[in-house]
Design a protein around this ligand. Structure first.
Ligand SMILES: [Zn+2]
Length: 109
């Protein structure tokens, strides 16, 4: 069975990792909105080529174990590492939408 993530179209709450048939109806959120399915990778539009030219340096969260910044060269690499650390949700929020609270700093070399 495929796995889906859902997000409320009203309050934005996320509900992750649903194993369900594709024809499952969107459940109603406690706020009255609908938990709509979204696909992992939605925020990384270039699915075919998800490499990061020059690499993406992450200083927090997904940095090296010793706290030094770590460089990633593809979004899938970041996702894999996030998954390994149980930070799936973290990565999904990584590309900030109009927020200045970016959890990482990118550096284009
Ligand atoms: Zn809601």
């Amino acid at each position: 069975m495929p796995m889906y993530d859902r997000q409320c179209n009203r309050c934005g709450v996320e509900s992750l990792d649903h194993y369900e048939p594709i024809e499952t109806e969107s459940p109603v959120c406690s706020c009255g909105g609908r938990l709509e399915r979204f696909w992992s990778g939605t925020y990384f539009p270039s699915v075919i080529d998800d490499s990061i030219p020059g690499g993406l340096e992450i200083r927090h969260g997904l940095c090296n174990e010793n706290g030094t910044p770590r460089k990633y060269y593809s979004h899938s690499e970041i996702r894999a590492e996030a998954k390994r650390r149980g930070l799936v949700n973290y990565v999904r929020h990584a590309p900030q939408r109009g927020s200045d609270k970016s959890p990482y700093t990118s550096r284009w070399v």
